[in-house]
Design a protein around this ligand. Sequence first.
Ligand code: NAP
Length: 497
Amino acid sequence: MDFDDTNLATKLKDKNLFRQKCFINGEWMDSESGKTFEIYNPSDSTLIGLMPNCSKKETIFAIESANNAWEKWKKLSGKDRSIIIRNWHELIIKNIDDLALIMTLENGKPINDSRGEIMYASWFTDWFSEEAKRAYGKTIPSTTADRRIITIKQPVGVCGIITPWNFPSAMITRKVAPALAAGCTVVIKPAGTTPFSATALVELAHRAGVPKGVINLISVSEKDVSQVGDELCTNRHVRKISFTGSTNVGRSLMAKSASTIKKVSMELGGHAPLIVFDDADIDEAVKGSMANKYRNSGQVCVSANRIFVHEKIHDEFAEKLAKKSAELKVSDGRKEGAQIGPLITMAAVEKVQDHVSDAKSKGAKIITGGELDNEGRQFYKPTVMTEVTNDMKIFYEETFGPVAPLIKFSDDEEVIQMANDTSYGLAGYFFSKDIGRIWRVAEALEYGMIGVNAGVISTEVAPFGGIKESGVGREGAAEGLDEYLEIKYICFDGISN
Ligand code: NAP
């Protein structure tokens, strides 16, 4: 099915899900200056809509609203907050068609992938609606007979939530659902390229009964983003910053947040290794690599950016991966059967082109792809390269595109050393059948998440997050709730008489 997206609202079953405003203190509003910025479809560069270009002033208003709302919200029982998050969850599922279409138009991902992301986003509203009831403290045996010791967990307070464009819905629910469950209030700053998935989710949260001021959303153009970012990071009422995005921006937000000693969660860049050992099931490894590498056109933080293949099976693996890669359908995400959508911006295209041409100039061989696709100027062909070496940019930098660089290795020690030779530490994967090797390699890889014979491992029940320069903190699972809670120790004296 093809769409004319000249007016997005007319394509939706519920046109009120297309909101071109920011949301502060329970009301949709424009920026005070009346200034806006434009959002384009990356598939065909058509204008989708406008968002208010907010400044420091609206950011302060949103923070104050969140701070005022916190007084009441934190006093609700976990069960009462759970009921509201559950309502939000149900509305997300009910509106999946509209939410997926909005996402495909602003992000470009194939419509089936957008539906998959909305389901993934809903796993967090589902999980944290339950976890809202489980912010358990402890009783601790005292060292003296006349004292009793307990801990309780309490919400951190107002949270600044800054999200990227590559998972425009899931990154919102993965942060906002636990924040609400814990009793925090939020000011969201979505990516400038994909704000409409965020505004649609906020509209649904409002309908679900989230009280005014508990969720606020500020939009700002990429050019003016630091005005909003600086206020979120330095305002004393904001007690936590939860950020997903690049390592460099995360580093700068952490430094700014240090001025008021905020709690931070940082989900940053990745540069995942994927290792195929000589005892692996090659077909399974190809299947896992395909699922891992090409989701969202390779614009995924946990996507493999270096594929190490044992020399004994290298050629067979390379041939099979190249064949399957060439079969992928590159097209506008709205078209039936689309598998590879556009890259988000021309800057992203240029980065991919730079990594591929740098590798080629240093001896890499392109066995499929390696160029733009005829579908449009932001579409890049799925690409497999062999003979990749550690003097190439792609060996050390996150490419964020549909490029699979293959590196030959001959022994375990060597490949572990190469896999760990990076400042990133988000996710790593390997394929092997040897149980001893599986344990040794899983323990030796310096990454926060490891997939063993699995290319896609994200789930709401397991803690997602990285080490080294890939971040601080975990999202999802029980740990994801703790990120929004403080521990208070209470000591009772004079118990014995
Ligand atoms: P980015 O440039 O760091 O942007 C992420 C968010 O930060 C956007 O909302 C962006 O706004 C905002 N931002 C940029 N500068 C800011 C500032 N000075 N103050 C406040 N906010 C600021 O990253 P991206 O290109 O959107 O996303 C791709 C990166 O995210 C990759 O490195 C990827 O690995 C990483 N990522 C990590 C995870 C994870 O869980 N670890 C998940 C997904 C993505 P604008 O859009 O207006 O620039």
